[in-house]
Design a protein around this ligand. Structure first.
Ligand code: ACO
Length: 168
């Protein structure tokens, strides 16, 4: 029998037709309410936004925004990464994150990935730090309409993968 982290997971892109699944996941997982810009950015990010399925059940998602600066350097902002509570600690969040990291490493213009996470969210901090994200700064009262509004800004630099070399 395989480890819990070997559970079968498949991904699907987010489109207009299944956008409601992302909305429902966000309502179930996050205290923050996401607006139209979030969903526009998620739809425009292509393969950087995914729904995760455990069998037929949609149990998690990662939603990103691609940001270009003037020098043709690209940054990736993880807007949300979440897995429904009964399906956590099965490696699904890690699979979503590895998918994004693989895409970033294939893109020579990608400089870094960043995100905000509540300072009180120790589980998510442990998760991101396992993937090499570092705390850049603490921002007080970042969130305007939730309890415990302070957040950390986490960043991970991207080093493009050289062709033909495997990475862990
Ligand atoms: N406590 C301590 N370490 C944890 C925890 C936890 N509760 N959850 C994950 N980790 C660490 C562990 O090292 C774990 O490895 P292990 O299980 O072998 O010990 C490792 O992260 C990988 O865990 P996964 O099983 O891959 O993670 P999971 O599928 O549970 O997803 C996630 C992690 C997305 C953070 C999940 O807990 C979640 O959905 N939380 C609620 C939503 C949330 O807080 N999202 C992040 C907010 S920030 C943002 O969205 C930009």
């Amino acid at each position: 029998m395989g480890r819990a982290h070997d559970v079968p997971v498949s991904f699907d892109n987010v489109r207009d037709k299944n956008l409601m699944l992302l909305t429902k996941l966000n309502l179930a997982i996050f205290p923050v309410k996401y607006d139209g810009r979030y969903y526009t950015d998620a739809l425009s990010s292509g393969d950087f936004t995914k729904l995760a399925y455990y069998g037929d059940i949609c149990v998690g998602s990662i939603a990103c925004r691609i940001e270009w600066n003037n020098a043709n350097v690209v940054r990736l902002y993880i807007m949300t990464l979440g897995v429904l509570a009964p399906y956590r600690r099965l490696g699904i969040g890690s699979k979503l994150m590895r998918h994004i990291l693989d895409l970033c490493q294939q893109d020579a213009a990608m400089s870094d990935i960043y995100l905000h996470v509540q300072t009180s969210n120790e589980e998510a901090l442990a998760f991101y730090q396992n993937f090499g994200f570092e705390v850049l700064e603490k921002i007080e009262k970042y969130y305007t309409d939730i309890e415990r509004p302070d957040c950390y800004l986490l960043v991970k630099s991207i080093r493009p993968r050289s062709k033909g070399k495997a990475t862990t």
